[in-house]
Design a protein around this ligand. Structure first.
Ligand SMILES: [Zn+2]
Length: 409
């Protein structure tokens, strides 16, 4: 059979029969009604298929967990696996694992995270005084698909970040389309500083009083004082956000567990997932950055904390009905750290133009993973943003990075 032209007696008979039936007005009416009915039944499915390919209502969610600087030597190497029992033992077997992801830009925190979030190597101020120069995935997602701000969040421990991480300075984009940005650890630092200044240092040894200190800082500061960008509020935090943070503080203070900055960042992230279930959540952990103070043991402790908290975030994804089955979670470091014996003090820093500093790994879990596999081909940090945009149903964005095709949309 060629060109779709029917041939053969069976097809001819069928056509003849249809033609005959159409000669009968009652049958013609029935067929027209049936046609309309069928069209009506098919149309919603057609629309659903369209939305799978690009509309905002499909609901694929993305959680990105970024670790700060960790070397392969302390993580995915034969000696390093002991520091990441959850990533290597509980998650690797179901992951799409990129064995080599490269930071080819500035290996400083603000630039590294900006590059991940924009798909372009950013070279702005290391301390976040300037916004990324090209649009973030938040702006692209919100502007292109008309998504509300509460669907996009950054929850970060790292003190090298500012709320400039939530939106670019690109014309036609900018803060109007940016993400909610909160720094839970800054709340702790501010609370401790307030208590010290006012001679209430004894309070920090008493968990109930710590809670009161944190809450009073939350109530007393405007969000700008904390460096937060939440719901465009000017003077006060949005009540829903305040309640979210209060719940996280209460859990933080009363759980009896560890009380690091990353722990609070995790608890706030989990509350944000439970209260707002955003489509795109970026969690930035930084306990590992204690390495700058020269303690290798504390740095390893930070890696173990990040490993555990990433796993707990994945457990929340699997337990939370808003996320289960429709979420892709990605875990990656911002960069490595300098090699032992380098002139920059080895693991203390992340400034050397060396493989140890530039080359790390990325783990992908969940809905976009077709089959667990290890990808040896090197990819780049800037490839992440176009990939996230694709997962979220955005039209392609202009970027130096390219979509990672192993992640299925
Ligand atoms: Zn650092």
């Amino acid at each position: 059979m060629e060109s779709g032209i029917p041939s053969g007696s069976l097809v001819s008979a069928k056509l003849a029969s249809d033609f005959e039936s159409l000669a009968d007005p009652s049958k013609r009416t029935f067929l027209r009604a049936a046609g309309l009915l069928i069209a009506g039944l098919i149309a919603p499915e057609g629309r659903a298929r369209l939305s799978l390919q690009g509309a905002a209502d499909f609901g694929h969610k993305v959680v990105v967990v970024i670790f700060g600087g960790v070397r392969r030597a302390e993580t995915f190497s034969s000696e390093g696996l002991v520091n990441i029992p959850h990533l290597s033992g509980d998650l690797l077997h179901k992951a799409l694992f990129y064995a080599s992801i490269r930071n080819e830009g500035v290996t400083a925190h603000f630039n590294a995270i900006s590059s991940i979030l924009t798909g372009n190597w950013q070279r702005v101020d290391d301390w976040g005084k300037l916004a990324p120069a090209t649009p973030t995935v938040f702006e692209h997602f919100r502007k292109r698909l008309g998504v509300s701000r509460s669907e996009t969040w950054v929850v970060a421990s790292n003190k090298a970040l500012t709320n400039m991480i939530g939106a670019s300075s690109a014309s036609d984009f900018g803060p109007e389309y940016g993400a909610n940005v909160v720094f839970p650890k800054q709340l702790m630092i501010t609370a401790v500083a307030d208590a010290l200044r006012q001679g209430r240092t004894g309070n920090m040894a008493d968990r109930a009083k710590v809670e009161a200190e944190l809450e009073s800082t939350l109530e007393g500061s405007n969000y700008e004082g904390l460096g937060w960008t939440v719901f465009d509020a000017v003077e006060r935090l949005d009540p829903r956000v305040r309640d979210t943070i209060k719940q996280a503080i209460a859990t933080f203070v009363h759980s009896g567990g560890p009380t690091s900055g990353d722990e609070l960042t995790f608890l706030v992230s989990r509350e944000v997932m439970r209260k707002f279930s955003p489509r795109l959540l970026v969690v930035i952990l930084s306990d590992v950055e204690v390495a700058h103070f020269g303690s290798y043991a504390l740095h390893l402790g930070g890696i173990r904390t990040a490993d555990r908290l990433a796993y707990q975030l994945w457990q929340e994804v699997e337990a939370n009905p808003e996320y289960r089955g429709k979420t892709t979670m990605l875990v990656l470091p911002e960069f490595g750290r300098d090699p032992d014996g380098s002139s920059t003090n080895g693991f203390f820093n992340h400034r050397a133009n060396e493989e140890s500093t530039r080359n790390t790994w990325m783990m992908v879990l969940g809905a976009a993973v077709d089959k667990p596999q290890v990808i040896e081909r090197p990819v780049r940090h800037v490839d992440l943003c176009p990939t996230l945009a694709g997962l979220l149903g955005c039209p392609p964005m202009e970027a130096q990075g390219a979509r990672l095709l192993e992640l299925k949309v």
